[in-house]
Design a protein around this ligand. Structure first.
Ligand SMILES: *Cc1c(COP(=O)(O)O)cnc(C)c1O
Length: 393
């Protein structure tokens, strides 16, 4: 028999598997499923970035192994972008590390700092990799519940000081997937203070750095005084430039943390295709109007969904960032049973909140990655099926 390693057995079953199966069954029955489950931008990468890739790929110099820590051109572009957008100074040589998508770096950072039995502080609900990354490295995730009462910011004061002293890493993510919450600068100041007191490495996942609305600008964690002494930030071209398929991202901040992550990476991967890195330079250095354009589109979609759901009895406030809407399920439902109801009776697929952790139970997540007409149709189908926040029929 095939005997799997214990570290794989520790990984919980994929929570979206059941919903994915229902979705496939509905499609097989001929249902025109409106899929609001997947957080993947629906619009193409800007043309000048695609052209830059094509041109770079024609140059045989790009065909060889890339430098381990990333092309100097890209690291310089990242440093300039960080200075201009967030007012953060970075040494391109030592404070920027190119990644094969930020998921790669997030998964590997645990291998650099977590030994079997070590504790990490992980928010819940959250992007699942923080938890599974900890488990794969043999660590124990300690849950920081995110609740609407606290604006989905963890209560660091509630962490048992003994646990905090033992913890190696703290993961955070604002603007937040899946809750769409944003963090005020005072919160990041509290994080730096907490990390210093307990000697914890902070990893801030800034995947939605540029996906913000109505004039709100999300702060980089590294803009917080003292942040660079305690942590790093993961950032990615995926969401701001519609480049999820390209697999190019970077980590920035504390040089010792990045050097340790680099030890893992040099032993596992050999970097990002040079031509993709040059295309990433074109994205960071080129016209930035794509970001503004995308954000207008997402804000319009957000309004359609929030006004639509509120007309069905929900009471949702406009979000400031990310392309998600996080909403409670009506009374009498679980995340899973409500997602199944939406799929069965309205042909609408959403992500059940418990897929992001036990504190996501009782919620569902809508991704604003389909156009306004489809979103409006999703709401209309719910109305016709009698699905409202106050209950079914
Ligand atoms: C999309 C996403 C990522 C992964 O981005 P890649 O750079 O494409 O790997 C990381 N964190 C969060 C919270 C995300 O939503």
């Amino acid at each position: 028999m095939v005997q799997r390693a214990r570290r794989i057995s520790a990984i919980p079953p994929y929570l979206f598997a059941e919903i994915d199966k229902l979705k496939a069954e509905a499609r097989a029955r001929g249902v025109d499923v409106i899929d609001l489950g997947i957080g993947d931008p629906d619009m193409p990468t800007p043309q000048h970035v695609v052209e830059a890739l094509a041109e770079a790929a024609r140059n045989p110099a790009t065909h060889r192994y890339p430098p381990y820590e990333g092309l100097p051109e890209l690291k310089q572009a990242v440093a300039r972008w960080y200075r201009e957008r967030y007012g953060v100074e970075l040494d391109p040589e030592t404070e920027v590390l190119v990644l094969i998508g930020s998921k790669e770096g997030i998964a590997h950072v645990f291998w650099a700092f977590v030994d079997p039995g070590d504790i990490t502080l992980v928010p819940d609900p959250a992007y699942p990799v923080y938890r599974t990354g900890t488990l794969l490295a043999g660590g124990t995730p300690y849950t920081l519940p995110l609740t609407p009462e606290r604006g989905y910011l963890p209560d660091l004061g509630a962490v048992d000081p003994e646990v905090a002293d033992k913890a190696k890493l703290l993961f955070l993510n604002y603007p937040n997937n899946p809750t769409a919450a944003v963090a005020p600068p005072e919160f990041f100041a509290e994080v730096v203070e907490f990390a210093r007191r307990h000697d914890i490495i902070v990893c801030h996942d800034f995947a939605y750095c540029e996906t913000t609305f109505d004039g709100y600008r999300a702060p980089s964690f590294l803009a917080t005084p003292g942040a660079k002494e305690v942590g790093i930030e993961f950032n990615s071209l995926s969401k701001p430039y519609n480049m999820t398929g390209w697999r190019v991202a970077f980590a920035v901040g504390n040089r010792e943390v990045l050097a340790a992550l680099s030890v893992i990476k040099t032993n596992i991967d050999s970097g990002v295709f040079n031509a993709v890195q040059l295309a990433a330079c074109a994205a960071l250095n080129g016209p930035q109007d794509v970001i503004e354009r995308m954000n207008k589109i997402y804000a319009g979609r957000r309004d359609v969904i929030i006004q639509g759901l509120n007309s069905l009895g929900w009471n949702l406030k406009p979000t400031k960032g990310t392309f998600y809407v996080w909403a409670p399920v009506p009374e009498g439902y679980t995340s899973k049973s409500f997602a199944a109801l939406l799929l069965e009776q309205a042909g609408v697929n959403v992500a059940p909140g418990n897929g992001y952790g036990e504190h996501g139970e009782g919620y569902f997540r809508i991704a604003l990655t389909v156009d306004e007409d489809r979103l409006a149709e999703a709401v209309e189908r719910m109305r016709k099926a009698g699905i409202t926040f106050t209950g079914k029929r």
